[in-house]
Design a protein around this ligand. Structure first.
Ligand code: HEM
Length: 576
């Protein structure tokens, strides 16, 4: 038996192992146990210290939050759960309406002992807050992440989305806005084909029509002609709506509920959507290649998703530019952690839901105000005079139609609240109020957009003329100061010259948000909806189905406002 060699203080664990394995040391196991115990103890101490430090930091933050929140006015809260019981009993917008009346333009509510909600209602303060608070609530980012994978749009942190926002805005406000202003007859035919099929089966309501219109409008503008003949389009539309129903629910779990069967069903839907998105993208690429080969001037295959094929007169804009959002998505210029097509799915998801909300409300306003619809029709016919191309619509000569779109967006914003937070830093408002980091900031957009002090006595009435001025004697005469009923008193827009006021001049106009995280699709979608309605109303009159009821008080559906009773409508051909 060999004798034990001394273990020097400099002996490493490996050397020790080598030593112990080479010798038949009787103490080796004991030494090993001793060593492991000491290592484990050291690890446990370090963990304990780290956890205690973390907890102390959290407690300090909590005290700071409570101290700062004390200075913000708001209803007293007696329960440990804050005002969450009150909010679950009553509608949050109603609670905020009462609280703002009593406590002023900035009020706080507690959603729990650690979650502070601050609501801002004064338009000037809202503007300031929406510029300063750059982050969105983590819940929104999580919902998009769970459904469409990691992507660089719709994430909560502004740092993550800033670059992609810019490239998307460039793409939407450049090449795509041009495309959106010319809605080809094929798109209208595709929409009407489906509507006629639905009308043959039974009655149609605003909700189903608006959903289909929004989906086809966006799909055709973003993906091109390939989208109109895509066999999976209906499945894609249904999938988007099914995902929208559950997205917030699954995102609300702090820990992803992998143990729930329902969650895996939801994930399968999302995977299917991913496959279909890749499929349509491939089809667009193929279309684009065909198009390029068919045209001697165009050989650049850096796909623009086949979008050139939509336009009747393709330009050399199909040559890829470095800021091309969709090219980046398709050609794999994504960071390693981004899901291929994740941003495209996000844009389709958000765009379809919100555009459907706007179109649905526009349809309702047109069928309940046939006199406005008639005037818009005259405006379209007047604007068409002199235009040679069938597809072309001169939307800038249709101020009443545009004002009606704005007024519909004002009266029914896409959601009841704009939400923000500042994930890292506190920030101060001009009034001296400090908003602590992590607080949930909301703008009760529905209250703001119907506030008498910003919109006059007829704030809750439908009056598109509030966005128009009548030009007379060289100076513009504002019409929106008139009392209720003004719409009937006005001269037809065809006879007098109307000028559209910039709706964003009124800081209380917020259907697309405002500030750092405002919607980047605003101009693009307004242009598209205008062009689509100009083409539709030229050919069809939209009427309320006899006996159908119309209740314009909104309810929430799929996270977006919808009228509770979607009225049944009919499309009557103008030539029939
Ligand atoms: C009628 C249709 C639409 C409405 C009412 C709407 C409304 C909104 C609103 C309220 C926000 C949040 C703004 C804020 O918090 O200040 C938003 C964000 C956004 N919108 Fe839209 N939107 C519409 C269509 C679109 C379309 C068609 C696109 C793109 C094609 C788009 C792209 C975006 C993006 C990328 C954001 C996120 C910005 C960010 O988080 O940084 N939107 N939209």
């Amino acid at each position: 038996m060999k004798s034990c060699e001394p273990v020097t203080p400099t002996t490493t664990f490996l050397a020790f192992l080598r030593y112990s394995s080479s010798s038949e040391n009787c103490n080796s196991q004991e030494l090993l146990r001793d060593f492991a115990t000491r290592e484990l103890n050291a690890f446990l101490w370090i963990s304990l210290i780290a956890i205690t430090a973390l907890l102390l930091r959290k407690v300090a933050k909590l005290f700071k939050l409570w101290a700062q929140a004390r200075k913000i006015p708001g209803p007293p809260c007696s329960s440990f759960y804050g005002h969450s019981n009150l909010i679950s009993r009553e509608n949050l917008t109603d609670v905020l309406l009462v609280s703002h009346k009593k406590y002023g333009s900035v009020v706080k509510l507690w959603l729990g002992p650690t979650q502070l909600l601050v609501s801002v209602k004064d338009p000037a303060l809202i503007k300031e807050m929406l510029i300063k608070a750059e982050d969105k609530l983590p819940l929104t980012g999580r919902a998009f992440h769970l459904a469409f994978g990691p992507s660089s749009l719709f994430a909560s942190s502004f740092d993550k989305v800033q670059r992609r926002r810019e490239s998307l805005a460039t793409e939407l406000n450049g090449r795509l806005i041009e495309r959106a202003s010319v809605i080809p007859t094929k798109v209208v035919d595709c929409i009407m084909g489906r509507i006629h099929k639905l009308m043959d089966k039974g009655s149609i309501d605003c909700k189903m029509v608006s959903q289909h219109m929004a989906f086809t409008l966006l799909g055709a503008t973003l993906f091109g002609d390939a989208f109109l003949v895509w066999s999976e389009a209906t499945v894609y539309e249904e999938l988007l709506m099914m995902i929208a129903k559950d997205a917030c629910f699954w995102a609300s779990y702090a820990v992803t509920p992998v143990w729930k069967k329902g969650f895996w069903r939801y994930q399968r839907l999302c995977t299917k959507l991913k496959c279909l998105t890749q499929d349509i993208v491939q089809q667009c690429r193929r279309n684009y290649k065909l198009f390029c080969h068919g045209d001697g001037n165009l050989h650049n295959e850096t796909a623009n998703m086949g979008m050139e094929s939509v336009s009747a007169t393709p330009s050399c804009s199909c040559v890829e530019r470095p800021d091309n959002f969709f090219s980046n998505e398709l050609n794999g210029h994504l960071s390693a952690r981004e899901e291929p097509c994740g941003n495209i799915m996000g844009v389709m998801f958000h765009g379809c839901l919100t555009t459907a909300g706007l179109i649905g409300n526009l349809l309702e306003r047109l069928v309940t105000h046939p006199e406005i619809q008639d005037k818009i029709y005259s405006e379209i016919i007047t604007a068409r005079k002199g235009l040679i191309k069938q597809d072309q619509q001169c939307v800038d000569k249709m101020p009443l139609l545009l004002a009606t779109v704005y007024e519909s967006a004002r009266l029914l914003p896409s959601g009841p609240l704009l939400q923000r937070c500042s994930l890292k830093n506190d920030f101060n408002l001009k009034t001296g109020v400090t908003i602590p980091a992590g607080a949930v900031l909301v703008v009760p957009v529905q209250l703001v957009q119907m506030d008498d002090s910003s919109w006059g006595k007829d704030a809750s009435e439908f009056n598109p003329y509030r966005f128009l001025s009548k030009s007379g004697n060289g100076s513009d005469l504002l019409l929106n100061t008139s009392p209720t009923g003004v719409a009937e008193e006005l001269v037809s827009p065809c006879k007098s010259k109307f000028v559209l006021n910039d709706p964003n001049d009124n800081v209380a106009f917020l259907p697309f948000g405002s500030g750092t995280r405002a919607c980047v699709g605003q101009k693009f979608v307004i242009q598209g909806v205008m062009a689509l309605f100009a083409s539709l109303l030229e050919q069809y009159e939209i009427r309320l189905q006899p006996g159908s009821q119309c209740d314009l008080n909104p309810s929430m559906n799929l996270g977006v406002f919808q009228p509770p009773l979607s009225p049944k409508i009919v499309f009557v051909g103008r030539n029939s």
